[in-house]
Design a protein around this ligand. Structure first.
Ligand code: FES
Length: 103
């Protein structure tokens, strides 16, 4: 596990996500901003594999834009029956105006 710089703070707007690929990792990661805090989840909905980074987040819940599955961005925990499984979450820290994810 190592901290990897994946984006600048200004790259992620509050209530939204972006998709990043951390060095040394093949699968994308969704980085979200909610209430001024940053979170990282595997960028793949557990319902039918939509990229969660394209979905909006409100009150720490991201709602998949394809069919509405919901996940807590703080933990990746699925909410309700559409979320077939939790999604992986990654630790996030801010360093010198950059977002770093531990992968
Ligand atoms: S792919 Fe996300 S809700 Fe269906």
């Amino acid at each position: 596990m190592a901290w990897q710089k994946v984006a600048k703070l200004t790259d992620v707007k509050d209530g939204h996500g972006i998709s990043v690929v951390a060095p040394g990792r093949k699968k994308p990661i969704a980085v979200f901003c909610c209430n001024g805090q940053f979170f990282a989840l595997a960028d793949e909905c557990s319902h039918a594999y939509a990229p969660l980074s394209e979905s909006d987040v409100e009150n720490f819940i991201v709602t998949c834009r394809w069919h509405g599955a919901q996940f807590d961005v703080r933990s990746g925990k699925g909410i309700g029956t559409l979320a077939y499984a939790d999604v992986r979450s990654f630790p996030v820290r801010i360093e010198d105006g950059s977002i770093e994810v531990e992968v």
